[in-house]
Write a protein that binds this ligand. Structure first.
Ligand SMILES: C[S@@+](CC[C@H](N)C(=O)[O-])C[C@H]1O[C@@H](n2cnc3c(N)ncnc32)[C@H](O)[C@@H]1O
Length: 470
């Protein structure tokens, strides 16, 4: 991609006098350093977008300056013309060797699955390289990769995961078959790698866009050749947010010299032959993972008791029906895999009101299969039952990362939004779930922990959505 606009003749661009307002906006929206070319390209884009929207250029600048969701969409729409997307697989071989031999191993024991983020991934080569290297370095340790970029066209291409041999320049020809499936005219990322990587549009400069994909923390963040185009102030803002998104013990990998002159505290600088990386210190004493706290910041105004009791169904006192269901569960758990056996026992404990035991067993279920979404859903329900909404949401984001169509996770997220007074998001999530249920057999079990059928859940959803409209 070029920093020069293609939709306007050069004479017209040259006549656009770079002005202070355009330069300031360009830095605020995308962090880009206001070079002559960049400002010209931006001014031309603004003219083009303003004409498309049927508003004056001044009004368009006002829209960008106002911020909010319209401005956010505009920055994303303009980004393909303003950013540089140059990338390739295994770019900077020395760094990937360091990743494979040292860095990924150093984070392998922090949590399971290990969460990796390629920020500013362009068409996905870096995110897939990260997955390929992590597969080698982490052995059997489960992991997930998030790839993000502001450019929606690049993200769409990344999701396809098909490249030309140009993307493999510099890679040893003998290794190519090991990395990708060769077609006649293209190279395709292997399915086992592809399923470990998810892509989302995300503007690193947009404060509202954090946490990316709702993921509270990552053990490793790679953000290379992105900050190089930004002003020092924008670099500092992005580094601060990336540092905040790192888990303790996690590592931030930037491009060579991209943090030069920028404060990186509280990260610790680690110097390796292949380059400098930044690590978030572990707390002085790490014992077992802390039980999530009841967040003080979440207001509970307007939460109705009916909502609370429905959402917090795992925290209830034992009823006769629950006890009899528990007996049935005990009989049914034999024959399940370890994760689902533990999960069934956790759900059984939750139903009879032993929430602490249930949480412990659900955490064990998650440890038995860290890539299964269901334990996160049960944990979220248990957290929500004790008003630990932030932890509940983090757990649900993980479940939905692992399976974006997970019915129990969507239900729980919709209910969580209602509990925290985010009614619009609740309505959207519940409507999405209703659409997801469309066409499924009525007697099919939709919420396994509660043995709720598709038909029953549809009834609940329609009622919840109607209430929301009222
Ligand atoms: C030169 S590419 C680098 C790709 C990859 N990281 C690599 O090193 O091969 C820079 C990428 O950063 C993205 N980018 C630029 N500004 C961004 C922003 N504010 N938020 C997210 N991505 C951004 C661009 O769209 C582009 O795809």
């Amino acid at each position: 991609m070029s920093v020069l606009p293609t939709s306007h003749p050069p004479s017209e661009v040259e006549s656009a006098v770079p002005n202070g307002r355009a330069a300031a906006l360009l830095e605020a929206g995308l962090g880009l350093a206001p070079t002559g070319d960049a400002v010209n390209a931006f001014v031309a884009q603004c003219r083009h977008r303003a004409a498309g929207l049927g508003v004056s250029e001044d009004a368009y600048y006002d829209l960008l300056a106002a911020g909010g969701s319209s401005a956010r969409s505009e920055w994303i729409a303009m980004s393909p013309a303003l950013t540089v997307g140059e990338t390739f697989l295994f770019r900077d071989a020395g760094l990937w060797k360091l990743m494979e031999r040292r860095l990924l191993q150093s984070i392998a024991g922090l949590t399971q699955p290990v969460w990796l983020w390629s920020a500013g991934c362009s068409t996905g080569e870096e995110a897939y390289t990260l997955a390929i290297v992590a597969q080698r370095a982490l052995g059997g340790t489960p992991f997930c990769v998030l790839g993000t970029d502001i450019n929606p066209n690049a993200v769409a291409a990344a999701r396809v995961g098909v490249y030309t041999p140009w993307s493999l320049r510099g890679v040893d020809a003998n290794r190519v078959d090991e990395l990708v499936v060769s077609g006649t005219q293209t190279l395709r990322v292997r399915d086992d790698v592809k399923k470990l990587v998810r892509f989302e549009v995300h503007n690193l400069l947009d404060e509202q866009a954090y946490p990316p994909a709702g993921m509270a923390s990552f053990e490793c963040i790679v953000c290379r050749n992105v900050l190089i185009y930004m002003t020092p102030a924008a670099r500092a803002a992005v580094i601060e947010r990336l540092a905040a998104s790192l888990a303790p013990g996690g590592v931030l990998v930037l491009g060579h010299g991209e943090a030069q002159g920028i404060p990186v505290e509280p990260l610790i600088v680690e110097r390796h032959d292949a380059g400098v990386v930044y690590r978030k210190p572990l707390p002085a004493q790490v014992s077992k993972p802390p039980r999530p706290e009841r967040p003080a910041s979440v207001r509970r105004i307007g939460v109705r008791d009916t909502d609370r009791s429905r959402a917090a169904s795992f925290g209830h006192r034992a009823t006769k029906a629950a006890q009899s269901r528990a007996a049935q569960t005990a009989a049914a758990v034999t024959g399940l895999d370890p994760c689902h056996r533990l999960l069934a026992l956790a759900a059984q404990q939750a139903r009879v009101g032993n929430t602490e035991t249930a949480e412990r067993k659900a955490a064990l279920a998650s440890a038995a299969n860290p890539l299964a979404p269901e334990p996160y859903v049960l944990l979220a329900a248990l957290y929500a039952a004790r008003d630990a909404f932030t932890s509940a949401e983090a757990a649900l984001r993980r479940a939905l990362f692992l399976d974006p169509a997970c019915i129990p996770a969507l239900w729980q997220l919709g209910i969580l939004y209602r509990l925290t007074n985010r009614n619009r998001q609740a309505a959207v999530t519940l409507a999405r779930l209703l659409a997801r249920l469309d066409g499924l057999p009525a007697e099919h079990v939709a919420l396994p922990f509660d043995q709720l059928t598709v038909q029953e859940l549809q009834t609940l959803l329609r009622a919840a959505l109607e209430q929301q409209r009222d």
